[in-house]
Design a protein around this ligand. Structure first.
Ligand code: RI2
Length: 355
C-alpha cells in the first residue's frame, strides 16, 4: 500500500520553492494518508485477514469512525464527500456479507442532516461506537438464545467459523451441558482450523472432518448450527460455500438446522428483488498457479458462498429472538427500519439524480 505513496524529499529553508509536480505529490500523499486507515482496513478485509461477517462489519464501522476523526476539511460538503468515498472503499471489499453495507449505512445515516462539521463528525463517531457495541451484545444475546436449543448430550455439527454459531455452542458447554462437536475443514481457506482451536480452547470434545465427510457422519449429529453472511427477504441464507450441502444433508437425515445471525445480516434490498452477489475469489486459493498454468483446459472456480433455501432451515436465531426463516421480512422492517417507504425514498432520490 505504501508503495503507491510518493516519498517526500527533505526540504531546507533555502529550497522552499516547491515545483508544481511536487505539490501534486504532496497533496496526493496527504490524501492517501487520510485514507490510510480505511485502505488498510479494506485491504485486510479483502485478503480475509479480517474475516467473518460480524467482524468485517465492526472493522468497517471503526474505520469510518477513525476517518471522521482524522480528516481535516474546511466545509461540510467536503467532509461528506470524504466520508462517502471512504464508505465506498469499504463496501467494495467483499460483496456478499450484507453486514458490511448495513454497518456502513447505519454509521453514515444522519450525515446529510448534520449542520456543522463537528456535528457530522460526532454523529459518525457515536453511531460507529453504538454499532460496534450493539454488534458485540448481539453475538452474546444470540449465544444465550441459541444455547437453549442445545440439549445435554447433543452432538452438534458446524461449518466454517462463525462467532455467532460458536457462541451458542460454547455457551451450552459453559452452562454445563455435555456436548460434542463435528467441525468441517472448510476448503479452500480452512476456517475450520480457527473453529477447532476455539472449541479446543473451550475444552469441548471435537471431531475434525473434511467437508465431504458430512453425510457420512450426519446420523451421529443431533443439531447443525451455522452462521450467515446474508439472509434474504424470503428466508434464504447465504453463507460459506458448502452450507447448502450441509443443510440439504441434514434435512434428508431429519436433523434440525439452526442459523445464528445478527439482525444486521438481513438484506433489506432483497425486498425489491436485488440478489445477493456471490463473491468468487481467486482460483489460486484452490489450486496453486503453477499447477493450473500447466492445465490449459482447466478453469478453477472458487465461489466463496452459496445459498441455502428457507425450507432447509428450521430456525434463525437473532438477538431479537428466534424466528422461522419465513419471518425475515419482519426483521428487515422492524429491526433495520427498512420498510417499503424507505425504498420509495431511494427511488425518488435516484430518479431526481437521473433527471
Ligand atoms: P460470523 C464467514 O465468512 C462465514 O461464512 C461465516 O459463517 C460467516 O462469515 C458469519 O460469521 P468468511 O469471512 O459473523 O469466512 O458469525 O468468508 O462470525
Amino acid at each position: 500500500m505504501f508503495s503507491s505513496v510518493p516519498a517526500l524529499s527533505k526540504t531546507t529553508a533555502t529550497d522552499m520553492i516547491i515545483p508544481g509536480d511536487t505539490l501534486l505529490c504532496i497533496s496526493l500523499y496527504i490524501e492517501s494518508m487520510k485514507l490510510m486507515f480505511v485502505t488498510e482496513t479494506a485491504e485486510k478485509i479483502k485478503s480475509m485477514e479480517i474475516r467473518g461477517a460480524g467482524r468485517i462489519a465492526r472493522a468497517a464501522a471503526e474505520a469510518l469512525s477513525h476517518h471522521a476523526s482524522e480528516i481535516k476539511v474546511d466545509n461540510l460538503a467536503s467532509f461528506r464527500r470524504e466520508m462517502e468515498s471512504a464508505a465506498n472503499v469499504l463496501v467494495a471489499t467483499r460483496p456478499t456479507a450484507v453486514s458490511l453495507p448495513n454497518a456502513v449505512h447505519i454509521v453514515m445515516s444522519g450525515l446529510n442532516q448534520a449542520e456543522t462539521i463537528d456535528e457530522a463528525k460526532n454523529g459518525v463517531v457515536s453511531r460507529a461506537e453504538r454499532f460496534m457495541h450493539s454488534s458485540r451484545n448481539a453475538v452474546q444475546q444470540i449465544a444465550q438464545f441459541g444455547s437453549r436449543h442445545i440439549r445435554d448430550g447433543d452432538t452438534i455439527l458446524t461449518h466454517c467459523n462463525s462467532e455467532a454459531a460458536l457462541g451458542c455452542i460454547i455457551e451450552a458447554h459453559r452452562t454445563g451441558k455435555e456436548i460434542e462437536v463435528f467441525a468441517t475443514e472448510v476448503r479452500p481457506r480452512n476456517q475450520g482450523l480457527v473453529t477447532i482451536r476455539m472449541l479446543n480452547n473451550a475444552g469441548i470434545k471435537t471431531n475434525f472432518i473434511v467437508d465431504s465427510a458430512v453425510r457420512s457422519f450426519i446420523h451421529d449429529v443431533d443439531l447443525v448450527i451455522m452462521g450467515a453472511d446474508a439472509v434474504t427477504v424470503n428466508g434464504a441464507v447465504v453463507n460459506k460455500i458448502g452450507t447448502s450441502q450441509v443443510a440439504h444433508t441434514a434435512a434428508e437425515a431429519r436433523v434440525n438446522v439452526l442459523i445464528a445471525a445478527e439482525t444486521y445480516k438481513f438484506a433489506p434490498r432483497t425486498i425489491m428483488g436485488e440478489l445477493i452477489q456471490i463473491e468468487e475469489r481467486a482460483g489460486s486459493e484452490v489450486l496453486a498457479d503453477e499447477i493450473s498454468q500447466s492445465l490449459p483446459y482447466v478453469t478453477v472456480r472458487n465461489p466463496a458462498f452459496d445459498v441455502t433455501p428457507a425450507e432447509y432451515i428450521d430456525l434463525i436465531v437473532t438477538e431479537a429472538g428466534a424466528i422461522p426463516p419465513q419471518m425475515a421480512y419482519i426483521i428487515i422492517r422492524e429491526y433495520l427500519g427498512w420498510g417499503i417507504e424507505e425504498f420509495h425514498k431511494i427511488f425518488e432520490i435516484n430518479s431526481k439524480h437521473e433527471e
